[in-house]
Design a protein around this ligand. Structure first.
Ligand code: SAH
Length: 345
């Protein structure tokens, strides 16, 4: 394990202070930061003296993750398994849409939430990721894609519960939004939570109008409890109230995610409960047919998906079906990491 600190985990301001403390001119930060955001090793930072490059390398690592393996789908989706400095593996998924390239990043190593349909939580939480490690996911993939093919949208929907790593996630969002860094507009960023209500309320006050998504998955409390242990701590009605507050505070439309589990949450009573819960809200429902198989749950047929969507639309709820990308490469959360780690044991 590397004992040196990652330079990438510093904001441009912090980098200035750090260089001053090393006896260097603070303007060097403006020379170094563009190198960092293009994933360049110290040795190739060609406008720095050899001496300064040596000093940096003695005290720091750049902080970029290494690519352990990449799975490329027929539809162009790429799933990266990245190795962090301490050897832990995280997944990052690149999806190509008409409007640009979206990267789905992980925010924790493993996940503590234990949702029964999700492979990310199988081994529990290992640790939180730092802001620099999350930024590293984006930079490594950008570098792999090559010049002019940059990621335009970021979704925090990979492994982990972002709002349980609050401080680092907020720091990361500020970093990618910074014009000296990746300059990604807040409207091009989405964060998905399983409903950590106090953190959702706090996040509404951060002045970062990103799209907030709630993994609802059932509007019936007893049913939701059976698939999402978080329901016992944070009731869905409180989470929905927090979503309303977020929409009112930021002016952003919110999104409800609803995983479609065959013979479980797709009946008439499920559609009715969802319609009653969301009535009157400016929001959108994203239906996600379950990908892969974890536990006893299975994905529905195409026909069942559209039948449920129609049920909702008849009740006045706007709902779209998420395109299932990367099905041939274990595109669902945590599947590649889980298999890879299983094979290593
Ligand atoms: N912890 C956060 C973010 C990570 S999960 C959250 O719960 O929202 C991102 C989304 O992928 C969630 O909506 C999650 O429920 C969904 N998901 C997890 N496993 C899935 C699977 N096998 N098929 C389809 N979607 C899945």
């Amino acid at each position: 394990m590397s004992e040196k600190k990652s330079l990438l985990n510093h904001t441009p301001e912090e980098l200035k202070d750090l260089l001053s403390a090393m006896g260097e001119k603070p303007f060097r930060a403006a020379q170094i930061y563009p190198w960092l955001t293009s994933c360049t090793p110290f040795a190739e930072m060609s406008n720095l003296s050899k001496e300064l490059r040596g000093k940096l390398a003695d005290q720091f690592t750049e902080g970029y993750p290494e690519i352990e393996t990449v799975a490329i789908s027929k539809d162009g989706t790429r799933k990266y398994l990245l190795r962090l400095a301490d050897g832990h593996l995280v997944e990052t998924v690149l999806m190509e849409y008409e409007y640009g390239r979206t990267l789905c990043i992980s925010t924790q190593v493993g996940c503590p939430m234990g949702c029964v349909f999700c492979a990310s939580g199988l081994g529990g939480l290992v640790r939180n990721m730092t802001a620099g490690e999350m930024l590293g996911e984006v930079l490594r993939v950008n570098a792999d894609l090559g010049p002019g093919r940059n990621i335009s949208n970021i979704v925090l929907m990979g492994t982990g519960e972002p709002l349980l790593n609050y401080h680092n996630v907020v720091r990361f969002l500020k970093m990618i939004h910074d014009t000296r860094s990746l300059n990604i507009a807040y409207r091009n960023i989405s964060l998905s939570t399983c409903g950590i209500t106090p953190a959702m309320l706090k996040f509404a006050q951060e002045g970062m109008p990103i799209t907030l998504c709630l993994s609802l998955h059932s509007a019936i409390p007893e049913k939701r409890s059976r698939i999402m242990p978080v329901q016992q701590r944070c009731d869905l009605h409180d989470a929905v109230a927090a979503m309303k507050h977020y929409a009112e505070t930021t002016g952003r439309r919110t999104i409800y995610e609803y995983i479609l589990l065959k013979d479980f949450n797709m009946g008439e009573e499920d559609a009715e409960a969802l319609a009653v819960l969301l009535r009157g809200q400016i929001c959108h429902v994203n239906l996600i047919p379950m990908n892969g198989s974890v536990g006893d749950f299975q994905g529905p047929s195409k026909k069942e998906v559209y039948q449920f969507q129609e049920k909702l639309q008849r009740k006045g709820i706007s709902a779209t079906v998420r395109r299932t990308l990367g099905q041939d490469i274990e595109g669902a959360c945590g599947q590649l990491r889980a298999r890879y780690m299983g094979n290593q044991e």
